[in-house]
Ligand binder design. Structure first.
Ligand code: NAP
Length: 341
C-alpha cells in the first residue's frame, strides 16, 4: 500500500476466472488476444482511493459516459471494469443509466465493488422532484442505492429549487439511499449560497478541469470547504470533440509541452494529464468508448511526474472556459425532461 497526496493506493483482490471475464472481454479491455487458458493470469490492478469529507472512499479514477451512445455504453462499462476501473460517472441527462447498470451486471462484479455516481438534471430540481429523480435513476441503473448523487448544475436562475433539490439529497443521504452527495459546476459564489442555506457540505464539486482551464479560484474554494475537486473533461475532450464552441482554437491533446512530458515517460498525452490530476489529489473521470483507450486511461499507476513537470502543466492554463458558463441559464436545455424508467 502506498500513499500519494491524500489518496491511498491499494491492490484490488485478484480477479479470478469465476469473475466472468470472457476472453472476448479481456481482449476488448486490453487490446491483447487471450484465451481461456490465459484466464489463469493474475490480473493485479492498482486502484487509488480518495477519502471524502464524510469518510466514504471513492476510486479517484472513474469512467465517464457523457456522449457514450446507449448501444456502446454497456460494452464500455464492461471493458472498464475488466481493466480495473471501479467507478462510473453517469447522469440522468446522458440517457444511458440503464446501459451503465447492464454493464455493471455483465461484469460479474458485486454491486458493492463498483462506485456509481450519477447526477440530477435541472428539470428535476425541487425537493419532491429530486426524491423522485433518485427513484428514476436507481430504477434505470437497477440498484437500490447510489454511491454518489450530485446536482448537475447550479442553475442560478432558480436557486430556490436548486437548494430544495440539495435538501432532498440530504434526506436521501440520511436514509442511506445514497452514500455521498455533491454538486457540479458550482462556482465559489454558488457554493457560498448553498452552504448558507443547507446543512451538509457537498463531498465533491465536479467541474471543467484540464490543463487549458484549471479554475484555481474554484479549486481553492473547494479545498477551503473540504470539498473534493473532480475533473470533468480531464483529458480536455471539451477542447476538441465536436458540438461545443466553434470559438475553440487549441486542442489540449496536441499541446507540445504535454507531448514532451509524455515522450519522456513513454506515456501518452492523455496518461500524462490523468497522472497530473491524480498527483494533485483530484478525481478524474475520462470518457472513452474505445476499448484500447479505456485501458490506456487506466494505465497511469506506474510512473510519476516531477514537481517541475506538474508546474509546467499548471502553467498551460489559458483561463478560458470551453464548456457552458454555469451562470448562464440555458432554458431549453434545463427544461429537458428526464424520462420515467
Ligand atoms: N458535470 C458536467 O457538467 C460534465 C460535463 C462534461 C463531462 N462530464 C463528465 O466527465 C466525463 C469526461 O469528460 P468529457 O467526456 O467531456 O471529456 P474527456 O474525458 O476529457 O475526453 C473524452 C474525449 O476524448 C477521447 N479520448 C478518450 N481517451 C483518449 C485517449 N487516451 N487519447 C485520445 N483521445 C481519447 C474520447 O473519444 P473516444 O470515446 O472515441 O475514445 C472523447 O472524444 C464525461 O464523460 C462525463 O462523465 C461532466
Amino acid at each position: 500500500m502506498a500513499k500519494l497526496s491524500n489518496a491511498t493506493i491499494v491492490s484490488l483482490p485478484t480477479l479470478e476466472p469465476s469473475c466472468d471475464i470472457s476472453p472476448r472481454d479481456h481482449t476488448r479491455a486490453t487490446g491483447r488476444p487471450t484465451s481461456y487458458r490465459h484466464l489463469d493470469f493474475k490480473l493485479k490492478v492498482m486502484i487509488m482511493e480518495l477519502t471524502l469529507n464524510n469518510g466514504v472512499t471513492m476510486p479517484a479514477l472513474g469512467l465517464g459516459v457523457f456522449q457514450s451512445p446507449p448501444e456502446q455504453t454497456t460494452a464500455a462499462v464492461e471493458a472498464a471494469l475488466a481493466a480495473g476501473y471501479r467507478h462510473i460517472d453517469t447522469a440522468a441527462a446522458y440517457d444511458n443509466e440503464r446501459e451503465v447498470g447492464d454493464g455493471i451486471r455483465r461484469s460479474g462484479l458485486d454491486r458493492s465493488d463498483v462506485f456509481i455516481e450519477t447526477k440530477v438534471w435541472v428539470s428535476d430540481y425541487g425537493y419532491e422532484q429530486t426524491l423522485h429523480a433518485w427513484e428514476k435513476a436507481t430504477a434505470k441503473l437497477g440498484v437500490d442505492y447510489l454511491d454518489m448523487l450530485i446536482l448537475h448544475q447550479p442553475a442560478p436562475d432558480r436557486f430556490e429549487k436548486t437548494t430544495a433539490a440539495y435538501k432532498a439529497l440530504e434526506t436521501l443521504l440520511g436514509d442511506g439511499r445514497v452514500r455521498a452527495i455533491g454538486v457540479s459546476n458550482f462556482m465559489p459564489h454558488h457554493l457560498e449560497q448553498l452552504l448558507a442555506r443547507t446543512d451538509i457540505v457537498p463531498t465533491v464539486n465536479q467541474i471543467e478541469l484540464h490543463p487549458y482551464f484549471t479554475q484555481p479560484p474554484v479549486q481553492a474554494a473547494n479545498a477551503r470547504n473540504g470539498i473534493l475537486t473532480q475533473a470533468w473533461s480531464p483529458i480536455g475532450g471539451i477542447t476538441f470533440y465536436p458540438g461545443f464552441g466553434e470559438h475553440r482554437k487549441k486542442n489540449v491533446m496536441e499541446d507540445p509541452a504535454i507531448a514532451a512530458i509524455a515522450q519522456a515517460h513513454a506515456k501518452s498525452p492523455a496518461q500524462v494529464m490523468l497522472r497530473w490530476h491524480l498527483q494533485q489529489g483530484r478525481s478524474a473521470i475520462p470518457k472513452s468508448t474505445n476499448p484500447a483507450r479505456i485501458v490506456e486511461n487506466f494505465d497511469v499507476f506506474d510512473f510519476e511526474l516531477s514537481a517541475d513537470e506538474l508546474a509546467s502543466i499548471d502553467a498551460l492554463d489559458l483561463g478560458v472556459r470551453n464548456g457552458p458558463d454555469p451562470d448562464v441559464a440555458r432554458l431549453a436545455n434545463f427544461a429537458r425532461v428526464i424520462s420515467e424508467p
